[in-house]
Each structure stands twice: as structure tokens, then as C-alpha cells.
Design a protein around this ligand. Structure first.
Ligand code: ASP
Ligand code: MG
Length: 411
């Protein structure tokens, strides 16, 4: 049976990270599918390259690109690899000014994962492991919704299963998270932080025994340790609890990760890459729930849009369907909804799609909005916990049920 391991950018941010990957994969005897993100902050750096090119700042873009390549070359050298002979380096930026921004974005930004996986695959090979490098743009088939490509499960599953059957055993396959490709050979990306989702899809297609996400935290904690001082590890969760956590904005796993695993009852493990024998957290069919400690989840960079009727002919149901049609079409991600007799408020992620959506909403409603907001969700709250959370904060809106509180607060 296959085991799937996913290493995020933080776990492969330098040569030591790559050596640590070797140490961890050596502990496995089964066939292993290793899904890797771009190294460190490479994805952000590549995003800047596309933005600079789009703004016509070619020199700056090129120097940014050279920095990215240099960084990878330095890692290769530190690992004893020969840039140019062990790994072919792409000299030119895969950018075509005649194409739309989003299409260029996918061609350029996907290079981060291509580079990281080549380095890791060649390094492991040189350490004597039996490794295959797979190119997901040829195997994970998607449509051409650039930057948020939709995966064709039927085609992808059959390509990936066929590859898996063909490969030698015991084997380690090293491949990219976050990226796929269209039928006509263009690279696509699945949305930021999408590597977890790739790992889950591969787990599903291969009927994996388990999928493990290696992180820089001990597992799933009840709060972000960078924000809260006292955090506790949640050792066991049910799929539904994990879905709720990630949709509330818990950064720990990408929201799309759970469904493909739940469908096949495949356990998801979240473990610390610095301490590979630690148990971490396990999300599974037989997970323990509900979670019995208060959980704090911050969803940052929120925008609260309030729509008010332009006239007295306001029918809540009609307005709601109109609003959500617009919101959906503009690909906004809604984190909270509240309605009153004459207003509807929605909290959304403040993304690049927001302005166009607001313009369209303005044609139908009087629209006001606030930005620089965060949504704090507290699961397993009590009145005391809620008071403490509100203390010293400007609360724009709050929604509470018996066990869950949601506060939209100023950042
Ligand atoms: N490298 C991509 C990103 O930073 C995908 C991922 O890390 O999951 O968004
Ligand atoms: Mg990343």
C-alpha cells in the first residue's frame, strides 16, 4: 500500500531541510509518494516576478528571477549537486507578454515546485535511494482556470495509477504539490497553499494507507502558537472537525484536503518535521470528537461588506440570491453572513477579485465596506472566554451560538 508524505515550503527551506527529508523517508519501508512545495518563500518571490513583468519592469523582474535561481543553485551546491549537469536550469522566464496575466502566473509560479522537487529527487537518488521524479503537469489533469485550476479526477486518477503500477518497487516517487496541467500541456496551479490538496488527491487515487503532512508545529494545536502563548495539541480529530477548523481559517491544512481522504476513509496525520517519531495529530473516521478544548482560529485579511436596500421593495430572499450569485461569479470566499430587516453583511477574504464584485453589488444596493479586519472563531467558547477575547478589541460584528463565537475585529 502507498503512503503519502507532504513537505511544505518551511520544511524544505534550505539544504538542511532537504537532508531532513532524506532522514524521514528512510524511516519508511512501504512505497512512498512524496509531495513537495516550493522551497521557503519561493512562491511569493515568483509571484513578484510575474507582477514586475506585468508592470513592464523587465530588469527588476530578471534580477528577482536570478536571485531565485541563485538561491536554488546555492542549495544544490550545499547538497553536493552539480547545477547544470545534475539539474538543468531554466535560463529564461517562462513568460509570454501576449498571454493573460493569470496564465503567465501559472507558467512562472509553478517553477518553484519544479525546482524543489528536482533538487530533492536528485539528492535522494545520489544518497542511494531508488527514486522517480514525476512531473505533475503531465499527470494531474486540470482545466484552464488559471490560478485556481479544477482537477479532472477521472483522467488524473488513471494517469497516476498507471504510473504507480509501472514504477519499480520498493519505490519513492518525488513530485510537486500545488501544480497540474491542461490537456494541451500548459502548467496550472491549484490555488495558494494547494500542496496539501495535491497530497490528498494522490492519497485518494492510490488508496493510500495514510497521508502525512510534515509541518513546523507539533501537530494541530488549539491556537496559533505565534499568537497565543499557551497552546495544546489536539491528538485526535474527526474529519468533520478538521473541515470546520480549516474553513474557519486555521492555517494548518488547506480546506480542500479533507474531502478526498474522507471519501476513502484515509487517515490524515499532521506531524512535526523536526521530531519525526512524535505522534502529532491524527484525523480519521474514528477520531475523537467534538474537540474538548477551546479552539482559536484567526482568519486574517477580511473585508466586511454591508448591503443596504436602495428602496423599500427589499425582499431578503431575493436579495440574498442576487448577492450570492454575484459573489460566487467573482470567486469571493465568504467567511460569515449576517442579515437584518434591511441589510445584509458578508465577510469575505480580501482578494484581488473583491473590487469588481463590489462595483457590481453597487448597481443593486447601497454598499459600504470595512477592510483590515480579522475573523476570530472560537470553538468551545464560554462567556468568560468570549469576554477575554473581546477585551481591548474593536468588534465590528459578532455571532454566537452556544459553543461557537465568531467575532469580526479590527486588525
Ligand atoms: N508553494 C505553494 C504556495 O506557497 C503551494 C503550497 O505551499 O502549498 O502557495
Ligand atoms: Mg508554500
Amino acid at each position: 500500500m502507498a503512503i503519502v508524505y507532504k513537505f511544505g515550503g518551511a520544511s524544505v527551506k534550505d539544504a538542511n531541510g532537504v537532508r531532513n527529508v532524506e532522514k524521514i523517508v528512510r524511516m519508511v519501508e512501504d512505497d512512498l509518494m512524496v509531495v513537495v512545495s516550493a522551497m521557503g518563500k519561493t512562491t511569493n518571490a515568483l509571484e513578484r516576478v510575474v507582477e514586475l513583468l506585468d508592470a513592464g519592469k523587465e530588469e527588476q523582474a530578471l534580477s528577482q528571477w536570478v536571485d531565485i535561481i541563485d538561491f536554488h543553485v546555492a542549495v544544490m551546491k550545499e547538497l553536493g549537486l552539480q547545477p547544470g549537469s545534475d539539474i538543468r536550469l531554466q535560463g529564461e522566464i517562462p513568460y509570454d507578454p501576449t498571454l493573460p496575466f493569470d496564465e503567465n502566473y501559472d507558467q512562472v509560479v509553478s517553477m518553484g515546485e519544479i525546482l524543489s522537487t528536482q533538487i530533492i529527487a536528485v539528492y535522494l537518488l545520489k544518497q542511494g535511494l531508488s527514486v522517480e521524479w514525476w512531473n505533475m503537469p503531465k499527470l494531474l489533469r486540470t482545466d484552464n482556470t488559471w490560478r485556481e485550476a479544477k482537477v479532472d479526477d477521472a483522467v488524473s486518477a488513471s494517469l497516476i495509477r498507471a504510473g504507480w503500477e509501472r514504477a519499480q518497487r520498493p519505490q519513492i516517487v518525488v513530485t510537486q504539490g500545488f501544480i497540474g496541467g491542461t490537456a494541451d500541456g500548459k502548467r496550472t496551479t491549484l490555488g495558494r497553499e494547494g500542496s496539501d490538496y495535491t497530497a490528498a488527491l494522490l492519497g485518494n487515487y492510490l488508496d493510500a494507507e495514510s497521508v502525512t503532512i510534515w509541518k513546523d508545529v507539533p501537530g494541530i494545536l488549539n491556537a496559533d502558537p505565534r499568537i497565543e502563548a499557551n497552546t495544546v495539541l489536539i491528538p485526535s480529530l474527526r474529519y468533520q472537525d478538521a473541515v470546520e477548523l480549516s474553513y474557519s481559517g486555521a492555517q494548518i491544512i488547506h480546506p480542500k484536503t479533507i474531502r478526498p481522504l474522507e471519501n476513502k476513509r484515509i487517515p490524515l496525520l499532521v506531524k512535526p518535521f523536526g521530531d519525526p517519531t512524535a505522534a502529532g495529530s491524527r484525523i480519521a473516521e474514528d477520531g475523537v470528537g467534538p474537540i474538548d478544548v477551546p479552539v482559536y482560529i484567526w482568519r486574517k485579511n477580511q473585508l466586511l461588506i454591508t448591503m443596504r436596500a436602495k428602496d423599500f421593495a427589499f425582499v431578503l430572499e431575493e436579495s440574498l440570491s442576487e448577492i450570492f450569485e454575484i459573489i460566487h461569479r467573482h470567486r469571493l470566499k465568504v467567511s460569515l453572513i449576517q442579515s437584518s430587516a434591511v441589510t445584509i453583511s458578508v465577510c469575505v477574504d480580501n482578494t484581488r477579485f473583491v473590487n469588481d464584485a463590489i462595483e457590481e453589488l453597487k448597481q443593486h444596493f447601497n454598499v459600504t465596506y470595512n477592510d483590515h479586519l480579522s475573523l476570530l472563531t472560537i470553538r468551545g467558547t464560554t462567556p468568560e472566554i468570549l469576554d477575554r477575547a473581546k477585551d481591548g478589541r474593536t468588534v465590528m460584528l459578532s455571532q454566537t451560538t452556544r459553543r461557537t463565537a465568531r467575532l469580526v475585529v479590527k486588525e
